[in-house]
Design a protein around this ligand. Structure first.
Ligand SMILES: [Zn+2]
Length: 389
């Protein structure tokens, strides 16, 4: 059984260990040691990374009760590990400390939610981007804001986070979250007045080290609520990024940084109004154009103004001018929406041939078919001029 150094000292980033076993497959060398400070993946948290000797440890897992360090199986690593019985381990402390901040923050968040609303944390995932917490009850925006504030207050109070190893008797007297059947010693993580929870992971010593918690999202999930949080440097980076985006919006809209949403809303309304006016103006231009189109066997029109409903309206307006068919196209750079109409010809074989030739899709019923395709205008024109009906 490997001694778990991460259990007793979360800040220990260097250690010496003896190699007990080396297992290999095509991809990895799995190193089993007599002791380790590497936290293995578990309970929704990814493992530590770092070095064993000079070999890079990219993952650590518990397999059949054994803690195995995953090292890429290549000639160099085999040489590095083969002749070493004693190795120096070195943890990537930047990742570890960030994980500790996220995990301790999660305990405070879950503890406060449990205290205020009685909901349980039934799912936890500490990934490389965000931390997600699933609660078995519904939290609204007001609840989330309240909890976020209380968690931050608990962080600023710089409370001690204690790790306890109670005896069976002592355990009976403790009320704690995550009461699952655990064989052997139960490890309790206690944050004064905020939370008590069974947990195997490394935690910060005092809540102040978490620095800051930010709720980045919350949504309904399986009848409860999924909350996404960031703690410490992750929260700072996220806020910095969002502030920077807001600063850019402020420059573009010439609005104060505190009034960007209002400015964007104004611009969107203005855009909708201009679009409405543009469609009206285009409709007038197109219908004047429709009047100038002479009767013909086949009429093919390409026009960028045929946007939205104008494509079908315009096609309808000139439909009777062609004895074979009318084909109208709107788009640019070889990507078009089309509308074909005819009062004499069954259009389905034509549309099928067109779609095959120009990687298109679409259809419809009756005398008018619609779709989209890609191709050069001159090729599409040539195809439609020459096709036999
Ligand atoms: Zn935990």
């Amino acid at each position: 059984m490997t001694e778990k150094l991460y259990y007793t000292d979360a800040y220990r980033d260097e250690f010496e260990c003896k190699v007990m076993n080396l297992y290999t497959d095509d991809k990895y060398i799995y190193v089993e040691t007599d002791r380790t400070a590497f936290f293995p993946e578990g309970g929704g948290q990814t493992s530590d990374r770092g070095f064993l000797g000079e070999a890079y440890v990219e993952n650590v897992q518990i397999v059949d009760g054994k803690i195995l360090h995953f090292v890429e199986n290549n000639e160099e690593n085999v040489k590095k590990l083969q002749n070493s019985t004693i190795l120096k381990g070195k943890i990537d402390m930047k990742k570890r400390f960030s994980d500790m901040q996220q995990h301790s923050g999660e305990h405070i968040f879950s503890g406060i939610v449990h205290k205020l609303y009685g909901y349980n944390n039934v799912g936890f995932h500490l990934g490389s981007e965000v931390v997600t917490l699933d609660f078995d009850g519904v939290l609204n925006e007001e609840d989330i804001c309240k909890v976020e504030s209380l968690v931050n207050e608990a962080i600023w109070r710089n409370l001690e986070i204690r790790i306890l190893y109670p005896s069976d008797e002592e355990l009976k007297a403790i009320t704690y979250r995550s009461k699952i059947e655990i064989e052997g010693q139960v490890r309790i993580v206690e944050i004064d007045g905020v939370d008590t929870c069974a947990c195997c992971a490394p935690h910060v010593k005092r809540t102040g080290e978490i620095g800051l918690i930010e709720v980045v999202n919350f949504e309904k999930y399986k009848g409860g609520t999924r909350v996404s949080i960031l703690c410490g440097e992750r929260a700072l980076k996220d806020i910095r990024h969002k502030l920077n985006e807001n600063r850019k919006v402020s420059v573009i809209t010439k609005a104060k940084q505190s009034e960007t949403a209002e400015a964007v809303e104004r611009l969107m309304k203005e855009k909708d109004r201009l679009e409405f006016d543009l469609v009206g103006a285009n409709r007038e231009i197109l219908f004047s154009k429709a009047e100038t189109i002479s009767d013909d066997k086949r009429i093919i029109v390409f026009d960028r103004k045929l946007q939205g409903k104008l494509l079908t309206e315009f096609t309808e307006a000139i439909k009777n001018k062609a004895t074979d068919f009318v084909a109208c196209f709107c788009g640019e750079n070889g990507s078009y929406r089309y509308c074909i109409a005819s009062r004499t010809v069954d259009l389905h074989p034509l549309a099928r041939a067109l779609n095959i030739a120009f990687n298109g899709k679409g259809g419809g019923r009756g005398e008018m078919l619609q779709g989209s395709l890609t191709g050069a205008e001159e090729d599409i024109r040539a195809f439609l001029d020459s096709i036999t009906l």
